[in-house]
Design a protein around this ligand. Structure first.
Ligand code: 1CP
Length: 359
């Protein structure tokens, strides 16, 4: 990708390279405009992705660094985001732990034998597991090679509670009632499992950083299902453990919690550099509640099914809220959750054009 010439913005901030824009947002340095990437920006709404999937199963794709790079580069080339995210899935960890994870069309992932009892944890071996997961840092390394040094690169993993929720429930579910009940019927088991997952994630995310990721994001997609007391008791301590370990190596972390408005005071204590906001909370409200953190978000992903003019208007509103934060201080433009498969690509283009115009 080509280098852009330096240009002075209205506040005298030099036009930044895409990668520096991401790093400046995380480090609280001056920005010309917020950096932009979208959660699940590679995927089912793109024709190139669909043609990869017509020839390869989802797991074949995830296990091939070449195919992962092809999938991750498609939105970069088409829309020119500031950062790419490695193509993978949060469920590679349960899979590497020996669970059979199937993706059946539209129904979401299913596991043949859900996790049920503490004795099953004895087979978890962190060192062996990292070896089994080495295809993910390999995909990061391969993607960095294709991307060059000018663009940002994100790695990711599921947060311990969200991973455990899938493993206990055995499938995607809007309530995860079995998993939530087990926190209370077998609390020691739940704590132990999440603490082990934290140790695994420390090694896994560190390997992605060492392979070239500028920042890693923890997806706590089901964090909002927990009340604040349960989140503080079960879900937050393993996240804090991960953040502490990665910060000790000068790594950067973002945490996304879906439906986590009631958790924002707790998230201030999570130890990550940035918090990725769900679309339901007004940006300015979160900015008041979390003055010290980098905030990422939070356009409603459903808007990308509307029209380019609606997207432009809502993007400008969110940019105005970010600009009010001391000229985009610690702001990353993103969606409030992953992109929908029904997304219209002309709406994504409209979003990107509006963000590029911000100054
Ligand atoms: O082709 C297909 O049919 C598979 C669809 C698909 C894709 C494209 C799945 C199955 N995973 C992915 C890739 C993926 N998953 C990415 C990389 C894409 C990118 O960002 O460019 C990422 C970041 C994820 C992360 C992920 N997987 C999350 C966290 C983010 C979120 O959306 O909350 C979760 C919860 C999953 C589980 C999962 N994997 C796949 C599906 C359909 C789901 C969700 C199921 C559910 O509703 O519980």
């Amino acid at each position: 990708m080509t280098k852009r010439p330096g240009k002075l913005g209205t506040l005298g901030v030099m036009k930044l390279s895409p990668r520096l824009r991401l790093l400046h947002a995380l480090e609280g340095k001056p920005l010309d405009r917020p950096p932009l990437w979208l959660m699940r920006q590679a995927g089912r709404y793109l024709p190139g992705y669909q043609s990869i999937r017509a020839q390869h199963s989802f797991w074949e794709l995830c296990h091939s660094p070449q195919l992962c790079t092809q999938a991750a580069m498609e939105p970069m080339e088409r829309f020119g985001f500031d950062a790419a995210i490695v193509f993978s899935d949060i469920l590679v960890i349960p899979q590497a732990l020996g669970m059979q994870v199937h993706f059946d069309g539209h129904e979401g992932p299913k596991m043949a034998q859900p996790l049920r009892e503490a004795s099953q944890l004895q087979t978890w071996n962190a060192a062996k597991l990292l070896e089994a997961l080495s295809f993910v840092p390999e995909a990061v390394r391969h993607l960095r090679g294709a991307l060059g040094e000018e663009y940002g690169l994100l790695g990711f993993g599921g947060a311990p509670w969200t991973l455990l929720a899938y493993m206990l429930e055995g499938h995607a579910d809007k309530n995860f009632a079995v998993a939530r009940a087990m926190l209370h019927t077998q609390p020691e088991f739940a704590h132990r499992a999440m603490d082990m997952l934290a140790d695994i994630l420390i090694g896994y995310l560190e390997a992605q950083c060492a392979a070239g990721a500028d920042v890693v994001q923890l997806f706590d997609s089901w964090g909002g299902l927990l009340g604040a007391e349960d989140y503080a008791r079960f879900a937050l301590p393993p996240i804090q453990k991960i953040a502490k370990a990665l910060r000790a190596n000068n790594r950067r972390l973002l945490l996304f919690v879906r439906d986590g408005q009631h958790l924002l005071p707790l998230l201030a204590e999570c130890g990550c550099h940035g918090i990725s906001l769900d679309w339901r909370i007004p940006f300015h409200q979160a900015a008041t509640q979390l003055p010290q953190h980098c905030l990422q978000g939070n356009l409603d992903p459903a808007l990308l099914l509307s029209t380019p003019s609606v997207v432009r208007e809502e993007t400008r509103k969110l940019l105005a809220a970010m600009k009010a934060r001391n000229h985009y201080h610690r702001c990353i433009f993103n969606l409030g959750h992953g992109i929908f498969p029904q997304t219209k690509t002309e709406c994504v283009s409209a979003l990107c054009e509006e963000v590029a115009l911000a100054d």
